[in-house]
Design a protein around this ligand. Structure first.
Ligand SMILES: *Cc1c(COP(=O)(O)O)cnc(C)c1O
Length: 389
C-alpha cells in the first residue's frame, strides 16, 4: 500500500454507526457496566475515541509505535522534557524555536534540568558538546527561520552509541517530507498547528515514540499532567492530515519557484531554502527529505528594518501574521515579531538580521505569489532610491 492510501485508510470507520468521518466524541466520561468494567474508555483525559483516532493516525504516518495528542506544540514538547530527571542535561540546536527556548530556560532550568546549545548542523560539534549528563538531544531540521539542516542519521548514530534519546521537532518538514524515526530518532514532536492541521484554525501538538516502552512513559505523562487535545480539535487535525501529502507537494513546488525568483532579485541578499543547490546543507536535505517544504526566508541588501517593513506591508496575498503552514500564504519579519525577544546580538549571529523576511508559501497560484512579491520588492526599492548598495 502506498503512503497516501495508508494514511486515508488508517482512519477507522466508526464501529458503532459506520460513519466514515471519525465522530467527535464530545464527552468527559463514559458509562460503566460495573465498577471498572467499560469499553476501553473511562474518562476523556485518559482516553477519548476521537483523540485516539488522531493518535493512531500520527503514529502510522511517522512510522512509530505510539502517538499522543496535546493541547499545543509546546505542551507536546513539555511532555517529552518530563521524561528527564533533575540533574539531566539536554543538548539542543542553537537555532531552536523561541517557545522551546523559553520553556527549557525559564521553566525547566529551575527544576535542575540544564540545557546546552550547539550548532547541530555540524555533527562534530554535537559530539564535542555531549557530556556524561546529556540524556536528550533536541534538534529541529529545517530550523526556523533560516532553514538550517541537521543530519538526522549521523546524530542518531552518535546518540544511540551513548544511550542518549534523540528527539526531532519535525514541524517544518512534516512527515510527508521527512520521517525522523525511520532515520534513527527516538521521538518526534510536532506543532500540529502548522502543516498537519494545515488550515490556520487550530492549536495542537503531537508526540510519536519509536518504541512501546517510550510510548508507555509518554502515556503516563500525558494522563498525569493532563495537557490533552480536545475532541473537536482532534477531529480538525485528522481532517487536515487527510490532505497533508497533497498540500506538501504543492507547498514545496511553489516555495521552490518563489525561492528561485527571489535569487534573481537585485534587492535580495540571501535566500534560505533547502531546495536551492546553493543551500549550505543541500546534500543532507536531499538525502533525508522527500520534499523541501513551504518556508522560504530572505534578507535585503540594505540590512535595515524599514525597507523590509515596507515590503511586508506591501504584499497582498502574503498576509502579515505569525505562524505558518496554512493554505493561505503568510509573511513575517522575525526580528520584530517571532524572534523579537531574542537579544539583537545573538539574533543577528543566528542569521536573523533586521531585514530577514520569512514566507510561508501557501496554496495560491505560485504565479500570483511571485507577482505579489515582485510588486512589494519594487515598493521596498522605492524607499531606497537615494541609497546605493
Ligand atoms: C509553532 C512551533 C512550535 C510550538 O507550537 P504551538 O502549537 O504554537 O505551541 C514548536 N516548534 C516549532 C518548530 C514551531 O514552529
Amino acid at each position: 500500500m502506498k503512503e497516501q492510501t495508508k494514511i486515508l485508510h488508517s482512519i477507522p470507520v466508526d464501529e458503532l454507526t459506520g460513519a466514515i468521518s471519525t465522530p467527535i466524541y464530545q464527552t468527559s466520561t463514559f458509562v460503566q457496566e460495573a465498577p471498572g468494567v467499560h469499553r476501553g474508555y473511562d474518562y476523556s483525559r485518559t482516553n477519548n475515541p476521537t483523540r485516539a483516532a488522531l493518535e493512531k493516525l500520527i503514529a502510522t504516518l511517522e512510522g512509530g509505535s505510539n502517538g499522543f495528542a496535546f493541547a499545543s506544540g509546546l505542551a507536546a514538547i513539555d511532555a517529552v522534557v518530563k521524561l528527564l530527571n533533575a540533574g539531566d542535561e539536554i543538548l539542543a540546536v542553537d537555532d531552536i524555536y523561541g517557545g522551546a527556548f523559553r520553556l527549557f530556560t525559564h521553566i525547566y532550568q529551575k527544576f535542575g534540568i540544564r540545557v546546552n546549545y550547539t550548532d547541530t548542523t555540524d555533527t562534530e560539534q554535537v559530539a564535542k558538546a555531549i557530556t556524561p549528563k546529556t540524556k536528550l538531544i533536541w534538534i529541529e531540521t529545517p530550523t526556523n527561520p533560516t532553514l538550517k539542516i541537521s543530519d538526522i542519521p549521523a546524530i542518531a548514530t552518535l546518540a544511540a552509541a551513548r544511550n542518549i534519546l534523540l528527539c526531532v521537532d519535525n514541524t517544518f518538514a512534516s512527515p510527508a517530507a521527512q520521517k525522523p524515526l525511520e532515520l534513527g530518532a527516538d521521538i518526534v514532536v510536532h506543532s500540529a498547528t502548522k502543516y498537519l492541521a494545515g488550515h490556520s484554525d487550530v492549536i495542537a501538538g503531537l508526540v510519536v515514540t519509536k518504541t512501546a516502552e517510550l510510548g508507555h512513559q509518554v502515556k503516563f505523562i500525558q494522563n498525569a499532567s493532563g495537557a490533552i487535545l480536545g475532541p473537536f480539535d482532534s477531529w480538525l487535525t485528522i481532517r487536515g492530515i487527510e490532505t497533508l501529502s497533497l498540500r506538501i507537494i504543492q507547498h514545496s513546488k511553489s516555495a521552490q519557484a518563489v525561492a528561485e525568483f527571489l535569487k534573481t532579485q537585485e534587492l535580495v541578499r540571501n535566500v534560505y531554502y533547502p531546495g536551492l543547490t546553493t543551500h549550505h546543507n543541500y546534500t543532507v536535505a536531499k538525502r533525508q527529505q522527500k520534499y523541501f517544504g513551504g518556508i522560504v526566508s530572505f534578507d535585503l541588501q540594505v540590512d535595515e528594518q524599514e525597507p523590509a517593513t515596507q515590503l511586508t506591508k506591501a504584499t497582498q496575498y502574503f498576509q502579515l501574521a505569525e505562524s505558518l503552514g496554512g493554505v493561505k500564504s503568510l509573511i513575517c519579519l522575525p526580528s520584530e515579531m517571532t524572534h523579537k525577544s531574542i537579544p539583537a546580538g545573538i539574533r543577528r549571529q543566528a542569521g536573523v538580521t533586521d531585514s530577514l523576511i520569512r514566507l510561508s508559501v501557501g496554496l495560491e497560484d505560485p504565479e500570483d505569489l511571485i507577482q505579489d512579491l515582485k510588486r512589494a520588492l519594487r515598493i521596498a526599492a522605492g524607499k531606497l532610491v537615494t541609497r546605493t548598495w
